[in-house]
Structure formats: C-alpha cells, structure tokens
Design a protein around this ligand. Structure first.
Ligand SMILES: CC(C)(COP(=O)(O)OP(=O)(O)OC[C@H]1O[C@@H](n2cnc3c(N)ncnc32)[C@H](O)[C@@H]1OP(=O)(O)O)[C@@H](O)C(=O)NCCC(=O)NCCS
Length: 295
C-alpha cells in the first residue's frame, strides 16, 4: 500500500483504497498556508463563489486561525479535497467539505470528515448542500436533517418598521451583545464578516432600548442576525433589513423562521437552499439568520 511520507505530527493518513475510484490512497492532513492555492482550486471547481468560500484566501485564513482546516492530498501532494470545522459555542460546525468533481463519490469526503469529527461526544452542526452525497455522509456521522436554510433575495422597500430601532456599532460591540444574548462568543467571526466594511455591524433595540438582536452584513448580504426571542424575531429582522437600505439583499433564513411568510409576501424570492443538520435538535434556533458556512 502506498503511504504518503508526511510526518506523523502533522499528518493523519487515511486508507481509503477500497473506496477510491482509481485505487489510489489519499492522505488527509492539517492544511497550511502552502495548501491555500490548492484549496481555492477545489472550491472553484465545485462552483464556489470567489468570496466567503475556500476560493477566498481571507476566508481560508480565518479557518486556519480560528478553526480546523484539513486538506486531502493525492500521492503527488495535490489537494483533491478540503474540509473545515469551526467551534460555535459547544458545537463543532462543519463549515466546508469539498472534493474535486472527478474524485467525488470515492470516499475522500468521508475520509476528511473522519479527521475532523473523530470524537463522538460533541454536538455537530452543518448546513448541507443538496449534493446527493452530502446528506447521507453527514447522517453517518450522527447528524439528522432539521430544516431548510433558504437563500432569500429581495428588497426591504415595502417592509414596514415596528418601532424597533437599529444602531450601527463596532464589530466588537455587536459580538458583545450577541454574547450577552446567547453566551456564545462570535467575536472572531464578526471581525471576519466586517473586515471590508466595519460599518455594517448592527444591534437591534426594543421599545425600552434593550438589545434584542445582533448581526453583521457583508457584501453578500445579511450574513448573521441572532435574535433569541421568537416574539421579536420578525420585527428585529425587518428593522435590520430596513437599516441596511432598500437595495436588494441576500439573507439566509431558516424555513420555520417567523418572518418567512412576511418576506415572501413582500416579493422576496427563494434562490436556493441548504439543509440544516445537527446531532442535537435543540441546537440551532429558528429565529436567527445564519451564514451558510460559518453559521
Ligand atoms: C459532498 C462531498 C463533499 C462528499 O465527498 P465524497 O468524497 O464525494 O463522498 P464519499 O464518497 O466519501 O461519501 C458519499 C457517500 O454518499 C453515499 N451516497 C451517494 N449518493 C447517495 C444517494 N443518492 N443516497 C444515499 N447515499 C448516497 C455514498 O454511497 C457514500 O457513502 P459510502 O462511503 O458509505 O458508500 C462531495 O461529493 C462534493 O464535493 N460535492 C460537491 C460540493 C458539495 O456539495 N459539498 C458539500 C457542501 S455541504
């Protein structure tokens, strides 16, 4: 059997020979700066956008710094797949799993996942694509499909405010409000989302000026808005969209989110969807807006 000569401290070799379409052996190892070009090539070959995906070095470096990024390499050390996890509170969130199109279905995705999710005890979450191989693979790792995460696009122009008000704040202040609301520190993710436009961090306040939601918008849209209150979730989301302006926005909304009927009545359209999967059905609240990768 062929084995890659990667030192044990930086490599975790996985024998997937029986499942590999070409009978080759791949190695899965912790990715480093030298892998970023190969990771970008895999992401682009899988149709990923140039920003906020493995095709974007800033995104990959965010995962290197704050998560676990693994690369699967062939015997010539070419990157043939990659995957990453990021801790969100007590959960391990799978942010990415991509394999070169001509190597898909050969066991490489499973091999990467075994390196990322080798402990059984943790809560696991992800937003699965509709690729027919993705969902079954995650089920094998203990996750179950919960609800669709809808990619919505539309304009806030015809939405009406209900008195909740929005303050633009620094990224660290939005992260601090979210930590108060949920107990989860997303400070590094806020810094990532707001790296190009720091003015798009926001906090929504109720009529008594208490913060009820915190979030961040990127060039792609409203990437994240956490609002633990079901009673306030619709108004908080409308207030956030109005604060961002009337240009069409993209946002990623759980199918059971209370605001969905209102958004669809106001000409928002569903452009795509992922499937939220988790090992613990209590984990991800349906009153928030999630980035499909970083949650
Ligand atoms: C999704 C992806 C990462 C999986 O990696 P992969 O190397 O192709 O997957 P694997 O071969 O390790 O595993 C796929 C599993 O799905 C199973 N499977 C495939 N089609 C299936 C179907 N229609 N029903 C049930 N199971 C199916 C396979 O049998 C295999 O399981 P097995 O190893 O027990 O036989 C890869 O296909 C990919 O990059 N797809 C495009 C990008 C994408 O959508 N990524 C997911 C982001 S969430």
């Amino acid at each position: 059997m062929f084995a890659l000569s990667i030192p044990a401290h930086e490599a975790r070799l996985v024998d997937r020979e029986r499942h590999s379409p070409r009978g080759s052996v791949i190695g899965v190892r912790q990715a480093g700066e030298a892998d970023l070009a190969g990771i970008a090539a895999v992401a682009l070959a899988c149709g990923q956008p140039p920003t906020d995906s493995g095709a974007d070095p800033a995104y990959a470096r965010h995962l290197l710094a704050h998560g676990t990024l693994m690369a699967a390499v062939d015997r010539e050390r070419h990157v043939v797949g990659f995957g990453a996890t990021r801790r969100v509170g007590s959960a391990s969130a799978l942010t990415d799993l991509f394999v070169l199109p001509d190597r898909q279905g050969g066991g490489i995705g499973g091999a990467i996942l075994r390196c990322l999710w080798d402990a059984d005890a943790e809560t696991r979450i992800t937003f699965s694509s509709q690729d027919p191989r993705a969902l079954p693979l995650y089920v094998r790792f203990g996750l179950r499909p919960r609800w669709p995460l809808l990619y919505l696009r539309g304009s806030a122009a015809s939405l009406e405010a209900d008195g909740l008000h929005v303050r633009r704040v620094a990224a660290g202040d939005a992260a601090a409000v979210e930590r108060d609301l949920t107990g989860i520190d997303r400070g590094a993710d806020y810094a990532y989302w707001l790296r190009s436009d720091p003015a798009r961090a926001l906090v929504v306040h109720d009529h008594d000026d208490r913060p009820v939601a915190a979030g961040a918008a990127t060039a792609a849209g409203l990437a994240h808005l956490v609002c633990p209150s079901a009673a306030l979730a619709t108004d908080a989301l409308v207030a956030a969209l109005l604060a961002l302006g009337e240009e069409p926005q993209t946002l990623w909304v759980p199918g059971p989110h209370p605001a969905l009927p209102l958004l669809l009545r106001n000409q928002f359209v569903i452009e795509d969807y992922d499937i939220h999967m988790s090992s613990d059905d209590a984990f991800a609240g349906v009153t928030s807006v999630y980035s499909p990768a970083l949650a």
